[in-house]
Design a protein around this ligand. Structure first.
Ligand code: ATP
Length: 649
């Protein structure tokens, strides 16, 4: 196109030069003719002057004049005509020159293009787009393949570890329940490994082009070859590129679909991997930790409402810190929209364990106002009951379902730890206590020979239904220390400890199991400046912070596997001794605020919760044979001064 225009310009230039030359020549000729005309008119004037002097001469001259005129009139007339012709040619040339100049100035008229070159441009453009998309897809495949391979290696390692553990002699003889747990974890892990292997195979096929659907990677390189040569000279070339382009577009679509599927598979595999990992960790006795993000409060919304916490998947949460996002992994993450029911569904299993004779502890941890009481107790009107009232119902539901095989006895004590003093929330009021001998005893934390913690001297009451248990709980709640702080209108100023003991006697073999379910609503860590605490509230806050700091020290020592764990530094850590690093199945719920304004406290809570996740407990079922249970009963009777008959043995 450019060449065409240049050659046309050259033609115009040479035409213009020759026209200018002709114009110059014409001008010279016009000059000459004008000179001739001037000379002849001068001669005529001289002759007329001479004629006036001599009439003879004049007559002769007059006679001669027409002849002369006829002689000189001929060239003049010819010269005039030539002049006219030249002028005409001059104007013509000038017009041509003007046209040429205008043509030079104005843009070149569109040159009709062959349809093939129009198509070519589009084809090249599209081909480049396809090639770059193909390159991008290849890079993505490489990345995914690498990640999948790493996950596969990890899953295989986990499987090997579990298989080795399974083959250990001690585990071979473990109880049926334990063996079942191992076997189901094994089969789940095997499935995971298989899933990763399949993904790896698919990724490798896609990468090497071995898959029958997409083995036309040659088409890509062929097209790249053609483009690399720079030109596609013929219409056939264009047609073949077009065909390959269509082919590549199809393949690109296929690859994109495949990629989407792989990404989906990969994400679900990743989630499954975390789930199985958590299951294995749970089986190893690791404390389970749930993270619950409460909704943004009104006061937080009023401060701008910036959210710094985000759930990534069911097992991960990310916090936006000034130094970039920080990710934490937990056994489950619950967002603001998660209902109390959803949270309890994941907790239910532990209630069954307590009934089966395990020592179970569920506790909520977090800064003040982060939702611990909401999680453990529920809202004030009990429209959204929390874990405690739901557990009461669940215990008696399970009891009802198993009543034909077991005989159950449920009892409970409820305490609060206020200003580092244990207070019995079920103890009769002070006035009644004076009247009752032995009442208002000092409550002390003790551990039995199996390491299970119990509150000596605490009022333990039996309950035969969920309603009775709830009534006891309400009675305890009425005695609790709650007051308004800047951070929470109903802030718990003490740690609440609800202990439910479930004794079940097997009606078939007479064995007795004793489980304990401890439900703990910790007071929130707080900063006096933020809560506006003064006087006695400041004392409360200091006491709360001191006990939580002691709890933090125990958590740090346990997670670092230090030889000494400072349980004795606080009553709170003594109460929780069997739940942290002891023989309990423990679940911690770390409650956090989503708001940016609580970022520091949220990070501290999450770091503590992560440490708790590393602690291993050694849960054991507390079950005694019929004979031992009978002997214990006899001892009790003898101690209380009753007589024992031989048939009691
Ligand atoms: N998941 C939730 N959904 C709805 N409201 C919630 C949730 N979590 C907490 N809240 C509300 O947030 C407020 C503070 O919660 P809560 O009293 O449970 O905090 P807390 O951690 O127990 O505080 P403190 O340590 O001061 O006792 C309450 O009004 C509660 O109803």
């Amino acid at each position: 196109m450019l060449e065409l225009f240049c050659s046309r310009l050259d033609v115009l230039h040479s035409h213009q030069a020759s026209t200018l030359q002709e114009l110059q020549m014409a001008r010279q000729e016009v000059g000459k003719v004008q000179e001739m005309l001037t000379a002849s008119s001068r001669e005529q004037r001289e002759e007329e002057e001479e004629e006036a002097e001599s009439s003879e001469k004049k007559t002769r001259s007059a006679e001669q004049q027409p002849a002369a005129c006829s002689e000189s009139g001929g060239p003049l007339e010819g010269a005039a005509a030539r002049l006219e012709g030249l002028k005409e040619s001059l104007y013509q040339k000038e017009r041509e020159i003007t046209e040429l100049l205008e043509a030079q100035r104005s843009p070149a008229p569109p040159v009709p293009q062959p349809p093939c070159s129009v198509l070519l441009k589009g084809v090249i453009h599209k081909a480049h787009a396809v090639c770059s998309a193909a390159a991008e897809t290849r890079a993505l495949l490489d990345r995914m393949s690498e990640e999948n391979r790493a996950a596969l290696v990890q899953a295989r390692d986990e499987l090997d570890r579990l298989q080795t553990a399974h083959e250990e002699p001690g585990n071979q003889t473990a109880g049926r329940e334990r063996v079942d747990e191992y076997e189901s974890a094994l089969s789940l892990l095997e499935e995971t490994v298989r899933g990763f292997e399949v993904s790896q195979l698919a990724l490798d096929c896609i990468k090497t082009g071995e898959s029958p659907e997409i083995n036309d990677c040659d088409a890509v390189s062929e097209l790249e070859d053609i483009l690399g040569r720079g030109t596609i000279p013929t219409a056939d070339g264009v047609k073949s590129v077009g065909q390959q382009l269509l082919l590549l577009q199809d393949q690109l679509k296929q690859v994109k679909d495949e990629k989407k599927k792989i990404v989906e598979n990969y994400t679900s595999e990743r989630t499954m991997r975390k789930k199985y990992y958590n299951m294995v960790e749970d089986m190893k006795g690791k404390i389970r930790v749930f993270c619950r993000i409460r909704p943004l409060s009104r006061s937080e919304a009023a401060q701008g409402g910036a959210v710094a916490v985000e759930k990534i998947d069911d097992y991960s949460v990310a916090v936006e810190t000034p130094r970039g996002p920080r990710e934490f992994q937990f056994d489950k993450v619950f967002v603001a929209e998660a209902s109390q029911e959803q949270l309890f569904q994941d907790t239910n299993r532990l209630i069954q364990s307590a009934i089966d004779g395990y020592n179970v502890c569920i506790f909520a941890y977090g800064q003040t106002g982060s939702g611990k009481t909401f999680t453990m107790v529920g809202d004030k009107e009990q429209k959204n009951p929390g874990i405690m009232p739901r557990s009461f119902n669940a215990i008696f539901d399970i009891i009802r379902d198993s009543s034909s095989k077991f005989l159950f006895k449920v009892s409970a004590y409820m305490l609060e730890l206020y200003n580092d003093r244990l207070q019995d929330l079920l103890a009769p009021p002070a006035a009644d206590a004076m009247a009752l001998p032995g009442a208002a005893r000092r409550v002390e934390i003790k551990r039995n020979r199996k390491g299970v913690v119990f509150a000596q001297g605490a009022e333990t009451k039996e309950a035969s239904s969920a309603q009775e248990l709830y009534a006891l709980f309400q009675q305890a709640g009425a005695n609790r220390h709650i007051s308004a702080t800047k951070m929470n209108v109903e802030s718990s100023r003490s740690h609440l400890i609800v202990c439910i003991m479930v004794e079940s006697r097997n009606l078939t073999n007479g064995s007795v199991s004793t489980g304990k379910l401890s439900l703990v609503d910790l007071a929130g860590s707080e900063r006096a400046a933020k809560t506006g605490a003064k006087d006695h509230q400041l004392k409360e806050a200091n006491s709360i912070n001191k006990s939580l700091s002691a709890l933090g020290d125990v958590i740090s020592a346990l997670s670092a596997e230090l030889p000494h764990v400072p349980y004795r530094n606080s009553k709170l850590t003594q109460v929780m001794q069997d739940s942290l690093g002891g023989n309990a199945k423990t679940l911690m719920i770390v409650n956090i605020s989503p708001s940016e304004c609580n970022l520091e406290e949220t990070l501290t809570s999450l770091v503590y919760a992560t440490r708790v996740k590393a602690i291993t407990n050694h849960a054991q079922r507390h079950v005694e044979s019929k004979e031992i249970a009978q002997l214990k009963e006899v001892i009790l009777r003898l101690r209380s001064g009753q007589t024992v008959e031989e048939e009691d043995f």
